[in-house]
Design a binder for this molecule. Structure first.
Ligand code: FAD
Length: 343
């Protein structure tokens, strides 16, 4: 099916490669580059070599995004490819483009955020090229002499850290990046060289994008907020979840999060779930209200800078990770706290 010969071509082209050259897949929405992609760019820079970005999208989207991406710190080149097929990109349509870009190219690494779409895209392209992909990395170190890259990544819901090494025999090393582990890159005044890439049209994709529904909120985005107020099963129902947490989140300018128990019981939207199967957050302040602190929840918030927990049960495991713990009824504490903060 053509996969093997392509993999061999890549192996040959990389045998003479001098230093690392990362290709960073930059995602965007509403004309703004995703914060996770900016963290991926920082991780790519840690490899110590050249960094090229790639953005794909509809022609109108790219008119807005390319000038912004071009200014990002650390980028030497910016590839862009516009097609109506990339307006809501799905792995099936973007994979052939990346295969083309990577074939006989200078790239030694392919990097992206550990986002839902990149989680489907990167392993797919890696499989097509017959190379492995490492996901959700929290650190990266490249040994240029050995042409080997060492990553760390949390496993078992963050209870252990695996160290993984991609050896020189891997011609292109693919990895996705846990955004909380790397500071987002910023514009640095320099401008990357912009290079247009012809799209690869897929005539009969087996999967088609139907629609995207985004939960609208005036609050800061949970994934990047510096303060998060989270509620658990103790919030009783959707109404008390809202009326108890919103005043506190408002006065703190915080995003709202939830445990899986609260989400499963319908108190909060899926998009608010924090944890192993939800979002991973690391804000300056994380308040866990009526959350027991199951390992799957801790996996999503234990790297927060200051963890405040309120729980009636003095033995609740959340207190083992909390910097400030209050054994109390949240229905007494939260209104009092809101009053004090307003003063
Ligand atoms: P509970 O464990 O029921 O805790 C409620 C807490 O509220 C208790 O500690 C209680 O003392 C306290 N409380 C009750 N009333 C009050 C009050 N008035 N004032 C103060 N405190 C009060 N969970 C996640 O959160 N995120 C995930 O991503 C996730 N992924 C999972 C993946 C897998 C594969 C599995 C098996 C589980 C996952 N879970 C996840 C579920 C997890 O194991 C727990 O069941 C869940 O986190 C419990 O939520 P909770 O703390 O809100 O509820």
């Amino acid at each position: 099916n053509g996969t093997r010969p392509l993999a061999r071509t890549i192996t040959r082209s990389y045998a003479t490669s001098s230093g690392p050259h990362a290709l960073v897949f930059l995602e965007h929405r509403d004309g703004i580059i995703d914060s996770g992609s900016l963290s991926a760019l920082t991780a790519a820079q840690r490899l110590g070599g050249e960094v090229t970005g790639i953005v794909v999208g509809g022609p109108e989207q790219l008119k807005e995004v390319v000038p912004k991406a071009q200014k990002l710190g650390g980028l030497t080149n910016l590839l862009h490819s516009a097609s109506s097929q990339y307006a809501a990109p799905i792995p099936e349509t973007v994979t052939p483009l990346l295969e083309k870009v990577l074939s006989n190219s200078p790239y030694t690494h392919v990097v992206s955020a550990h986002s839902s779409s990149a989680k489907s895209l990167l392993p797919r392209v890696a499989a097509k090229l017959d190379v492995p992909a490492v996901s959700d990395v929290t650190s990266v170190e490249h040994n240029a002499t050995e042409n080997a890259t060492t990553f760390t990544r949390p496993i078992y819901a963050g209870n252990a850290i695996a160290t993984v090494r991609a050896a020189s025999s891997v011609p292109i090393k693919f990895f996705t990046v846990r955004s909380t582990a790397f500071k987002p890159a910023e514009a640095d005044g320099a401008e990357a060289k912009v290079i247009e890439v012809e799209p690869v049209e897929v005539t009969d994709p087996q999967t088609q994008h139907v629609k995207t529904e985004i939960t609208k909120s005036d609050r800061p985005d949970l994934g990047v907020a510096s303060r998060v107020v989270s509620g658990g099963r103790a919030l009783k129902n959707a109404e008390t979840f809202k009326t108890t947490l919103e005043p506190l989140a408002d006065v703190l300018g915080a995003a709202i999060g939830a445990s899986r128990a609260a989400v499963d019981a319908g108190y909060a939207d899926n998009s608010l779930q924090v944890g192993q199967t939800g979002k991973v957050v690391a804000p300056e302040l994380y308040m866990a209200l009526g959350i027991s602190g199951a390992i799957q929840h801790l996996a999503g918030m234990k790297d927060s800078k200051l963890i405040v927990a309120v729980n009636k049960d003095p033995d609740a495991p959340i207190f083992q990770v909390a910097d400030v713990g209050l054994v109390a009824d949240l229905y007494d504490v939260v209104p009092e706290l809101v009053d004090k903060l307003k003063q």
